[in-house]
Design a protein around this ligand. Structure first.
Ligand SMILES: Cc1cc2nc3c(=O)[nH]c(=O)nc-3n(C[C@H](O)[C@H](O)[C@H](O)COP(=O)(O)OP(=O)(O)OC[C@H]3O[C@@H](n4cnc5c(N)ncnc54)[C@H](O)[C@@H]3O)c2cc1C
Length: 385
């Protein structure tokens, strides 16, 4: 009988799929080696609840997942850090501080960054993004300052522009409107989307409903409007128009983070890691990935959304568990993305817009369901759950 080799698995990032890997490993430990988790923060934040946080409906702790605790529960070790590159053979990870960590298996669930972050003039200096949570916290602070100025009737008029017409951007627009309304302040809010319709990731009925409700709540909606630069007081559009904005929020799509771009692994045209349906790099190296940072070779239509990352978690866990022990006898588990999913957008007025199998509905029950699903999700990753 041969002794089993001790393997080291490095998990990069505390994204939606990795927290599920850790939760499952806590319930039934991985054998065959050690787990090291590397992420810039010991805490992850559930993005589905960020708009509610910006509105002031949730405290930070309500959407916080303690990845350090979860890692220890899984028998692993947590290290605060940021990975800069993964070697093409999957045998080492280079951190941003220059440290090189050797390993036998790597998995990345490092998310994405807003597209344009690196090349749109003025964006980095003048615009807020939603993540990491510190940026949402700063955004909420900037909105409060604008509200305070309006209450003091300072001469400088504030205005908010949100770039992006996806679900997160639409919810943030509602959240900011609600925060100003609650303070009794009239704050101009404009939503700027490059495509002809809002919510291009969903059927048009969802976008039409969101657009109607936004306009009813005095949010200006500009579609077919491509933002090209940001200053301290304006967002500039490709057709030359200027949108007044002293608080600009950039939520324009998903682009690969530096780690994904800089590692020598096969990528898709947009530089996301190309993985097969077992979530393993198509190079065959012992490298896996999930969530926004990967492109599924067999399902290129899958959008960058947390719901997919969540469902990838158990598949990733099964395949990493088998790879740790070297036991692949049953064959790797494959991921089959759901063709449709429940989506609910909080309109920050006690109601939500819900889409399920092509049907769109707006009401209080939809918000109740969203709150229930969101808090149940976070609770799954808490002590005593
Ligand atoms: C405001 C907003 C609301 C949204 N609402 C929804 C929603 O309701 N439903 C939905 O499906 N999607 C939603 N999305 C999209 C969703 O947030 C993303 O698709 C999802 O977070 C992707 O999950 P992930 O697991 O890939 O990565 P993430 O959840 O983004 O996690 C990435 C992790 O990797 C870490 N990390 C980053 N870089 C490195 C590195 N170099 N080294 C190590 N660790 C690193 C990060 O700190 C983080 O812990 C929303 C997005 C936004 C902006």
């Amino acid at each position: 009988m041969t002794a089993q080799r001790h393997r080291r698995l490095i998990l990069l990032g505390g994204g939606h799929a990795h927290i599920e890997v850790l939760r499952l490993a806590a319930r039934r430990r991985f054998t065959g080696g050690e787990i090291l988790v590397i992420s810039p923060s010991a805490h992850s934040h559930y993005t589905g609840m960020i708009p509610g946080f910006v509105r002031g409906a949730y405290t930070e702790s309500a959407l916080t997942i303690d990845v350090d605790w979860l890692t220890r529960a899984a028998g692993g070790a947590f290290q605060e850090g940021c990975a800069a590159a993964v070697a093409a053979d999957g045998r080492s990870v280079t951190l941003e501080n220059g440290d090189v960590l050797e390993c036998d298996l790597v998995s990345a669930d490092v998310g994405s960054e807003p597209s344009g972050l690196r090349d749109v003039p003025g964006l980095a200096a003048h615009a807020f993004t939603a993540r990491p949570l510190a940026r949402s916290r700063a955004l909420a602070g900037a909105i409060d300052q604008a509200i305070a100025r309006a209450q003091r009737r300072d001469t400088a008029a504030d205005a908010v522009a949100i770039v992006g017409g996806g679900g997160g951007a639409v919810e943030i627009a509602f959240a900011i409107r609600a925060r100003a309304d609650a303070a009794g302040v009239s704050l101009p809010v404009t939503l700027v989307e490059a495509k002809p319709d809002l919510l291009p990731e969903f059927e048009s009925a969802m976008g039409r409903t969101a657009g109607r409700v936004l306009r009813n709540r005095s949010v200006d909606v500009l579609t077919s409007a491509k933002a090209t630069s940001v200053t301290a007081t304006e967002v500039l559009l490709a057709d030359g128009r200027l949108v007044p904005s002293t608080v600009s929020v950039w939520l324009g799509g998903a682009a690969p983070v530096a780690l994904t771009r800089n590692s020598g692994l096969p990528k898709d045209a947009l530089h996301f890691w190309a993985v097969d349906s077992t979530l393993r790099s198509i190079s065959g190296a012992p490298v896996w990935g999930a969530g926004d940072c990967v492109a599924l070779r067999d399902f290129p239509w899958v959008p960058k959304a947390g719901v997919y990352a969540v469902r990838e978690g158990p598949v990733l866990a099964a395949n990493l568990r088998a790879a740790m022990t070297g036991n692949n006898h049953g064959g790797a588990v494959t991921y089959q993305p759901q063709s449709s999913y429940l989506s609910i957008l909080d309109t920050a007025d006690g109601r939500a817009i819900m889409r399920w199998k092509g049907h769109v509905f707006r009401g209080r029950a939809a918000l109740w369901l969203k709150s229930f699903i969101d808090s149940r999700f976070v609770d799954r990753y808490r002590q005593g759950s």
